[in-house]
Design a protein around this ligand. Sequence first.
Ligand code: NAP
Length: 245
Amino acid sequence: MKKRLLILGGTTEATQLATQAAEIPNLEVISSLAGRTQQPINPTGTVRSGGFGGVEGLINYLQAQQIDLLIDATHPFAAQISWNAAMAVDRISIPKLSIVRPAWQSEPNWIEVESNEAAAAILPDLAQRIFLTIGRQELATFAHLRQLWFLMRMIDPPADTAQIPSGEILLARAPFSVEQERSWMQNYEIQAIVSKNSGGDATVSKLIAARELKLPVVMVQRPLMPNGETVSDVRSALSWITQQF
Ligand code: NAP
């Protein structure tokens, strides 16, 4: 019997999973993107884009599209959609799996903090020139630190109305090499890096370069995620899918 799988995406793992799951017989794959990135890397197969409208909207979508299986392959910091997905499947009893890539392991040059706000609070005593690698959505948290200078890296420019810290915007999409990260840090005379603990290979080079250059890294910890069946890679997610038949 055919089954329909919805992948909540926006990550490399989600894109890889969509490509590989398309090979599984009797499985239809739909990928969902939030629709934030101007030129997203579209997964193979059917793609929908934009929010569902909270838990109720997601339940309506899952029922209307007769989805049999849900895989939450969103980013470790995309907490809202993961909580929405957990609440939706609890209500309508659809099997759900989460792919959560392992976090990066703490290093001696890290200062671990719980949030962007906590990162902003310690920066004035730490450095003057900061490499902000948290994307574009939470720039406002650092905007009041007018005495500091920020190199802000993101894929798309911030909205015209966004509150932006003083400094320079660097538009670039991962993966980055260690050489590239080192040269940005040296050319912009960076004294500290702010990062989310995203894990994975695509953005790990900044941590290697920071360690080599003996720069402190302010590492924002992951938000709390719902309980539920979880794997750490795409291969395990593919096995989970085949077990559902
Ligand atoms: P979020 O805070 O968890 O979600 C906010 C809202 O965006 C959700 O309530 C949902 O809207 C919508 N949404 C999020 N992901 C969606 C998806 N895959 N399909 C449909 N709607 C989605 O998410 P975020 O942190 O803004 O991240 C947005 C997307 O970017 C995610 O898909 C994530 O995988 C990707 N991403 C995030 C980060 C990061 O650092 N946060 C980094 C890389 C990639 P409704 O409530 O209206 O359904």
